[in-house]
Ligand binder design. Structure first.
Ligand code: GLC
Length: 719
């Protein structure tokens, strides 16, 4: 009997189904189409008590255990804010000795902040996220956003400066960029980790307004604007309780008030007590020299759970948060981003951040930019001209794929027609004849480029210790004097964080702050020196004339003030951190917050305050900026507010907005900066809430906190 076509089709389908049985229906947690919370609950329900415990603590320096039968992979965490750290031995802090873990070394965090360019923050985060995925990482341990309270903190270089608004905007861009690559950022160190002195134990006493208005906002921005998936608790204590197990910080503020749904991890060895960790909001314990089963959230916790002394619901909540971050970063999903490593595109981002982060602090008589065509001999002097920094600083150090030091950048830029001579000038071991040889080099040159400042040696810009003072080390003050005497056309370039410079500043015609400019730093610096790049960096922190002027030091050794006494440091200056202090106390700094020169000039005009409503902007400050010079450049227009009759004391001014505008010669651009009601508010401890009270406000626009060009009065009405 002849089969009908239809019968043949049915037969074919039956055969095909036997050859290719339908994929086993994916479990809910394996189904990327399912809502994340459904996947979390489904996977949670499949874990035994022991497996749940395995999820919430480390099983090596930078990993947590896999649970193979459920397809939970080993989770890889890695430092840090400036790029993907080299792999270290599973149970030591030594390098694992691999040769395939070079990465792109971005400039230090403070240099990124000095760009005042959130888009660049996004691009840097995106690049690091791509490199993290290429290196097989799941959580990157950065950005660091602790406020620069004292110039001496050894980790100021890693962070984003003294102002909460700038730090918040810059870290938001970075986090959004990094997390766009299917990994989690981890904003750190939450909170009040503003010094390295006794960092593991120091107890911080700070008033509620300073906590809320200065030290927490960048973290709040990371959570609520950046959508950060992980937070790292700080080593120190706040009001007598370690931050990694601090109920007020982690449960009350971070999770309940701010609505944080991700995971809180400890800093390494930052956990101290099982019950406190269990009850006060720690979700993942990381650490160092200890058997992993002895971690507080490992067997000790399991024991209390089994004894019924702690609720399993608390464990479930911790596990939920860990699983939620895994699902949010597509750990289980096909098509998870695989990233890219050491690409020209990433190196270009490193260079751009350095170019836009270098700050021109002084430029008398147009000393800069230098015209190569008019130079025969350049003397490059200073140990920092050849020193490589990317690998230093401890946990934020990067094994850079390459690093262009300033001397190499200058030599490459000026080409064969200019003779570059180099003289070390100073050295850590204080070699005696270096100065004389440097002076001879200076005499023989048309121009001197001096590369000095600090480095990542312990006791300068390095994790684990603070600086002893703000002085230039290795006798550099005296050396600069000698060099300038030998050749007045000496350009000083400082690497590192702020130093006292009153001793010689008046004698040098030009000064650049280059921070730690990353793997492309030498090229970026040469670009600025020879005019390929018009500097647009602005200081993310005040440069005081002397340490004693700084708020953390001006109160002398008032009980408990920096660095603290008997294990406690009291933030006696309260809200008056950075420019808030210098402006309110009328103390003239060396260079104010937000300051930075350009090779062109900018004019501000026509400030208008355009009323809005509470849905978006209560008022928009609109003004014009004109590039009045003959070369393209970028200006960071800053917007500050000053309340006339505050119910509670407020600083002289507070940064509440900024915009970086790139302008061609002669170009005028209208800038609009919206201010919502929260921009006018302060935290009222009595009402435990933010309050924007009806009052008169000065709204001020300018190129730095010390250079207000326009201002107008705004009446804030009640709601
Ligand atoms: C360090 C640092 C932290 C880093 C961690 C892992 O102690 O405080 O910033 O991410 O340990 O290296």
């Amino acid at each position: 009997m002849k089969s009908s076509p239809l019968a043949l089709v049915v037969l074919a389908l039956a055969l095909a189904s036997r050859l290719n049985p339908p994929a086993e229906a994916a479990e809910i947690y394996q189904d990327a189409a399912q809502p994340v919370e459904n996947r979390v609950e489904d996977l949670l329900s499949r874990l035994t008590l022991e497996e749940k415990i395995a999820v919430i603590h480390a099983d090596s320096k930078f990993t947590t255990a896999a649970i193979p039968h459920l397809g939970i992979p080993r989770r890889w965490l890695d430092d840090g804010p400036h790029g993907v750290r080299e792999d270290i031995g599973p149970d030591t802090w030594n390098s694992a000795g691999r040769t395939d873990d070079f990465s792109t070394a971005m400039p230090a965090g403070i240099c990124l902040a000095a760009t005042w360019n959130p888009d660049l923050g996004f691009r840097e985060g995106e690049a690091i996220g791509q490199e993290a995925r290429a290196r097989g990482k799941d959580i990157m341990l950065g950005p660091g956003v602790n406020i620069l309270r004292t110039p001496l903190c050894g980790r100021n270089f890693e962070y984003l400066g003294e102002d909460p608004w700038l730090s918040g905007v810059m870290c938001t861009g970075y986090i959004r960029g990094e997390q766009s690559q299917d990994i989690s950022s981890c904003v750190k160190h939450f909170a009040l980790n503003n010094q390295e002195f006794e960092r593991g134990t120091i107890n911080v006493e700070v008033d509620e307004r300073a906590l809320r208005e200065i030290y927490l906002p960048a973290f709040q921005a990371a959570v609520q604007q950046g959508g950060v998936w992980s937070v790292m608790g700080a080593y120190n204590q706040l009001r007598g309780q370690h931050c990694c197990e601090n109920d007020y910080l982690l449960n009350k503020i971070l999770k309940e008030e701010w609505g944080f749904k991700g995971l809180v991890m400890s800093d390494w060895d930052g956990a101290h007590d099982t019950r406190e960790c269990a009850l006060n909001g720690l979700d993942l314990e990381m650490g160092t020299e200890k058997k992993y089963e002895d971690y507080y959230l490992s067997q000790p916790y399991l024991k209390l759970l089994k004894a019924g002394e702690l609720p399993v619901a608390g464990l479930d909540e911790k596990v939920r948060r860990n699983l939620r971050v895994m699902f949010a970063t597509h750990v289980f999903d096909a098509g998870r981003k695989t990233g890219s490593l050491n690409t020209a595109a990433h190196q270009a981002v490193a260079r751009r951040v350095a170019e836009e982060g270098i700050v021109l602090l002084k430029n008398d008589n147009g000393t800069l930019p230098l015209d190569v065509a008019k130079l025969k001999t350049i003397a490059v002097i200073g140990e920092n001209a050849t020193r490589l920094h990317a690998h230093g600083g401890d946990s934020s150090g990067i094994k850079a794929f390459y690093e262009i030091n300033p001397l190499a950048g200058i030599v490459s830029r000026v080409g064969k027609n200019v003779n570059v001579i180099y003289s070390e000038g100073y050295a850590k071991d204080g070699s005696a004849d270096l100065a004389e040889r440097a002076v001879a080099a200076a005499k023989a040159a048309d121009v001197v480029i001096y590369l000095g400042g600090l480095n990542h040696d312990k006791g300068f810009d390095c994790e684990g210790a603070d600086r002893k003072d703000m002085k230039l080390p290795y006798g550099q003050d005296g050396l600069i004097h000698k060099i300038v005497a030998a050749n007045p056309k000496t350009i000083v370039v400082l690497e590192g964080t702020m130093v006292e410079m009153d001793a010689w500043l008046g004698k040098v015609p030009a000064l650049l702050q280059a921070w730690y400019p990353g793997m492309e730093g030498g090229n970026a610096l040469a670009g600025v020196l020879f005019g390929d790049v018009n500097p647009s960096g602005k200081l993310p922190a005040t440069f005081p004339k002397r340490l004693a002027d700084s708020p953390a030091h001006a109160l002398g050794d008032a009980p408990g003030n920096y660095p603290g006494t008997n294990g406690t440091v009291t933030y006696a200056e309260g809200l008056l951190v950075g420019y808030r202090w210098y402006d309110t106390k009328h103390i003239e700094p060396q260079f104010p917050f937000g300051f930075g020169l350009s090779y062109t000039t900018f004019e501000y005009a026509n400030l208008k305050l355009i009323p809005g409503d509470d849905t978006n902007a209560l008022v928009t400050a609109q003004f014009e900026i004109k590039n009045a010079g003959n070369r393209a450049g970028a200006e960071v227009a800053q917007l500050y507010i000053h309340e006339q009759n505050p119910a509670l004391p407020r600083p002289e001014k507070e940064l509440k907005g900024f915009k970086k505008v790139f302008l061609q010669p002669g170009e005028t651009r209208t800038v609009s900066i919206p201010l919502n009601r929260s921009a006018f508010s302060y935290y009222d401890p009595a009402r435990k809430s933010w309050v924007a009270q009806p009052d008169e406000f000065e709204i001020e626009a300018g190129g730095s906190s010390g250079d207000i060009r326009l201002h107008d009065q705004f009446t804030l009405a009640g709601k």
